[in-house]
Design a protein around this ligand. Sequence first.
Ligand code: ASP
Length: 335
Amino acid sequence: MTARRSRIGLILTGGTIDSLGLSRLDLGWYIEAGLKLPAADLLARVPELDAIADVEQVPFRRLPSHALASSDWLDLLRLLETLLEQDGYDAVVVTHGTNTLEETAYFLHLALKTNKPVVLTGAMRPASAVSADGYLNLINAVRVAAEPASHGRGCLVVMNDTIFDARHVTKASTYRVEAFDGRDVGPLGFADADGRVVYYHRADRTERAGGEFALAGLEVLPRVDVVVSYVGADGAMIRAAAAAGARGIVSAGTGAGRPTPAEDDAFDEIHRDSGVLMCLCSRVGSGRSVRSPGLARRGFVAGDNLQPWKARVLLSLALTKTAEPDAVQRLFDTF
Ligand code: ASP
């Protein structure tokens, strides 16, 4: 008996993978040129996909990933829910700009309730470049999406033959093809040269968090800002974020998560006066920020080993349901 071919949805959200440069060596200015492949061309340029699965492109808006807003995330989430829960797709591949790919991956990872594979990929070189990496990244993403062992692993990111989990993956190089990194835990596996998808370990924290948030009918997520600490930082950015309507602030603190004394004063003031919730993370890039008794007393939440911009995603989702620090800390300890 032959195995049924997977039916995979393909959503293009923009970024380098379907951008065009002004020449085959335009590896840097193409974003300014704003030239894109016609919407159907990326798929048409990779006929090899037909040997792997039935890939059907589903329309969505295409933007540079640094131009996305939380309303785009919510629309993308609803489209994925429709494709996977109602339209019977076995998996979905999302192409995405690499600048914020990890944030979208973590948002979808947290908000989706499905066990089916959702795989994000992108490219470091435009579709017109010599040695463009996007075509093989797309093929590998489809291989991973069609692989039965990819079920139940949460959202996955495939770049440069390497499979990462959505929680840990982060962009670690501005121009190298080997741009992504799994920080504290490394990659999960590879889509390798023989066409096989091989996993070597399973990420923890892949339980579906979707039920923890109140997203129905929401058009934008609660505002959460990130404030980076540095020598001599005062409380101006923190007070400005609160004045702009932030309901949460993530501190990218020094070391294991230390704001300056002036920032601490500002945090305590806006928490007391406006109930803004603070999450302490680190600007270091690896390792945990932990919740000391003093932080718990002051109503701070600790971001574990999340990068500050990923803690921002979880805090924003959490705030759709609660601003109670211990309840939010439980989410950070679980997801
Ligand atoms: N340089 C980015 C990319 O790799 C542009 C973006 O994120 O949209 O796709």
